[in-house]
Design a protein around this ligand. Structure first.
Ligand SMILES: O=C(O)C(=O)C[C@@H](O)[C@H](O)[C@H](O)COP(=O)(O)O
Ligand SMILES: [Zn+2]
Length: 702
């Protein structure tokens, strides 16, 4: 396929969903406006922190097309897939008045598109969304097929919905800046597609594994397209995983268990690679899979630098984790195994000893060569795909063929198990090449597409389309594409405020505001960590571009037409989220509804300001009558403190024009005794954000 050609892969609509297309090519962002459509007024661009500039370029482009576009920045990689981050997004949508005709755009790796899709699935019970995957993994897998979701403490993707996108734009330019380990991680899903359905994929990789590891390899587009076609065929006939779709879970049962065990710090692809090795051994021990195909798993995965092994001492925990796998039924564990090349099937309720035996091939202990104990055991039989029949146990061979140590040393596994410098071999990655081209983290290829989309490179229909206003000036996108934080108009009017708040938000020193500089630093770190990433913790992406960490655990921020907000994200969102600081016509309207005093409304009877209470307190201290027994500070003497009617949720609240209205539900709750309404509730544990006030970046930037 020529690099300029655009391939369109159809996904059939099933289960009452609409069909859609996955586009693969370059300079595809010009298609975005057409996909969003005429009915949408607002668009939210959800992007990870590492793609701040790309997300902003997309947002600006959409704003230039006349949409009310906001950007919602979420943490990188799996840190984004939490209920707290989803709630953050919901709040941002609520604050910007997002309706059912509005559209969410997810730009990023698989974690970001999973989250964006989930937010779209749940907001108003489902709004349209479009995926712009920027990693191999997201292009060939996560963004296609409509599985959206978040993780919970109990396991991976346990909360989610089937909510297909309205379109998927796989702009190959995004891959040019992808860190090599993120690129290779995505190859796990490509290889999975090869084993379950399209062996040509395996042939292409085996023909030149080193070339397969880079986006500039001769077969990149074909590998991606073939993988997408495998997925397209499956999800077109079984969107909701009532049967066939389970084959896409090949390698995922153990893979997800490893991810959870690693607290989602492993890349998804790395965990799936180990999981496929396990599934191959399980298939072999179950008497289903021939030796040659089972061995081929090792050679192919290893040839591109994917890990094969995981710590053998973790088996009990992994077994526990696997029990909450979505394919489990009752107490039965179910695995996808192969009956042969491209012949996936379900292995149901395998004997625990067989599982242990298969893990004997996978588990490894870094630093010493003692394999897990050899066992002679029994296997469960495989059942035909889709069947729920329990299978009889049969005799199995010894699980340990030649010990695990040699493979462990080759696999990159040892990096995960022993994060010492020496152990972090992952030799293929240490030796691995950093992809040529611009710094990771900035996805400049994609930004260039965005620039082209709003400039001369825009496709006809999209270019002609200016809805509510003129297209954004190319100069602004150029500035964005330069990799520097762009001073905004308002900031230019108030340079001191802008500079101070921007620096404060990131804990930045002068000179650190340069995104390109940060990306370069990240890139250097990424190179240093090359050997540990697939088998080891940082940066934990399932394919995000090299993250630039400004905070310990990530950052959240919402950028809209009016303001950009960033704050550290410590794992929970407080009840006073930063988007309350968003400005803009519709935002302030909503905010004023929630805070009547900002409208200059009369203070409800019986309510006292803190200042008044403080004044009373100092008067008593100065010689006033002593407080009576039972008196609580802050209450009006001689009366029972009662929160105002509108706060109890029972009473109406007077508007200036004399009408009586009820306020929003959030303020209808009864405040606990002693609560002034101005601080955290007594008894509520302050969240991390309570102690870290939001820092506004680009305040006032419109
Ligand atoms: O799309 C599917 O179906 C898959 O199983 C593809 C997987 O590669 C992907 O990781 C998926 O998100 C896993 O889904 P889950 O239901 O096992 O969480
Ligand atoms: Zn997967």
């Amino acid at each position: 396929m020529s690099s300029e050609a655009v391939t369109r892969i159809q996904i059939g609509g099933t289960a009452g969903t609409d069909p859609y297309e996955v586009l693969v090519g370059r300079q595809l962002l010009g298609e975005l406006g057409g996909l969003i459509g005429e009915r949408a007024k607002r668009v939210a661009v959800v992007h990870p922190e590492a793609l701040a500039e790309t997300g902003e370029a997309v947002r600006e482009d959409l704003a230039g097309q006349g949409y009310e576009a906001i950007a919602i920045q979420v943490p990188n990689a799996e840190e984004a897939k939490t209920a707290e981050v989803a709630a953050y997004c919901w709040k941002a949508l609520g604050q910007s008045g997002f309706t059912r005709t509005d559209v969410i755009v997810g730009v990023g790796g698989g974690a970001t598109t999973d989250l964006a899709g989930f937010v779209a699935a749940t907001w108003l019970r489902g709004v349209r969304w479009i995926a712009i995957p920027t990693t191999v993994l997201a292009m060939v897998d996560a963004a296609v097929g409509g599985k959206t979701g978040i993780n919970t403490a109990e396991g991976k993707n346990l909360v989610g919905a089937f909510h297909p996108p309205a379109g998927v734009l796989c702009d190959l330019a995004a891959l040019d800046s992808l860190a090599v380990n993120d690129y290779v991680s995505g190859l796990a899903e490509v290889i999975k597609a090869g084993f379950i359905a399209d062996p040509v994929i395996l042939d292409l990789i085996e023909s030149d594994p080193q070339a397969a590891r880079t986006p500039s390899g001769p077969h990149t587009a074909e590998l991606i397209e073939r993988s997408i076609r495998v997925k397209a065929a499956v999800v077109s006939s079984d969107l909701k995983e009532s049967g066939l779709r389970e084959i896409l879970n090949y390698g995922h049962t153990l893979g997800h268990a490893i991810e959870k065990n690693e607290r989602y710090k492993w890349r998804h692809g790395a965990a799936v690679a180990v999981g496929m090795h396990f599934a191959a051994e399980l298939g072999r021990l179950a008497g289903r899979l021939d030796d040659a195909t089972a061995d081929r798993h090792r050679t192919v995965l290893e040839s591109v630098g994917l890990p094969l092994h995981y710590r053998h001492d973790q088996w009990p925990k992994l077994l526990e984790n696997m029990k909450v796998d979505k394919k489990s039924r009752g107490d039965l564990l179910r695995f996808i195994v192969l009956d042969g090349l491209a012949k996936p099937t379900v292995l149901e309720g395998p004997d625990p000893a067989v599982l242990l035996a298969a893990y004997g091939e996978v588990g490894s202990s870094p630093g010493h060569s003692s394999p897990p104990p050899a066992v002679h055991t029994t296997t469960a039989g495989a059942v035909p795909f889709g069947s729920t029949r329990a299978s009889p146990a049969v005799s199995a061979p010894s699980p340990v063929r030649d010990g695990v140590a040699p493979d462990a040393a080759r696999s990159g596994f040892s990096a995960a198990a022993a994060p010492s410098a020496g152990a972090r071999t992952g030799h293929r990655l240490v030796a691995g090449r950093t992809p040529p081209g611009p710094a990771p983290g900035s996805a400049p290829g994609l930004r260039a597409s965005a620039r082209a989309a709003s400039g001369t490179g825009l496709s006809g229909a999209a270019a002609a389309r200016t809805r509510h206003g003129p297209p954004g000036p190319a100069a602004r996108l150029d500035a964005s594409a330069s990799g520097h934080l762009r001073p905004c108009t308002a900031a230019a009017r108030r340079p001191g405020r802008h500079a101070a708040s921007a620096a404060g938000a990131r804990g930045a020193r002068p000179g650190r505001d340069d995104h390109r500089g940060a990306a370069d630093r990240s890139r250097r770190r990424g190179q240093d960590e090359c050997g540990q990433v697939l088998g080891g913790p940082p940066p934990g992406s399932d394919g995000a571009h090299q993250p630039r960490r400004r905070t310990r655990v990530g950052a959240l921020g919402v950028r809209g037409p009016a303001v950009r907000v960033e704050r550290p994200f410590g794992g929970a969102v407080s009840s006073r989220p930063p988007y309350l600081r968003l400005r803009g016509a519709q935002l302030s309207r909503q905010r004023d509804l929630l805070h009547p005093r900002r409208r200059g409304l009369p203070r409800p009877a019986g309510r006292r300001s803190r200042r008044l209470e403080a004044a009373r307190g100092s008067r008593s201290a100065a010689g006033g009558p002593p407080p009576r027994p039972g008196h609580r500070p802050g209450t009006q003497r001689g009366t029972v403190r009662q929160s105002p009617a509108h706060r109890r949720g029972g009473g109406p609240y007077p508007w200036p024009d004399g009408r009586l209205v009820r306020l929003g539900a959030a303020h209808h709750r009864q405040l606990p005794a002693g609560h002034t309404g101005n601080g955290p509730h007594p008894g509520r544990r302050p969240g991390p954000l309570d102690s870290q006030p939001a820092t506004v970046v680009n305040a006032g930037c419109v």
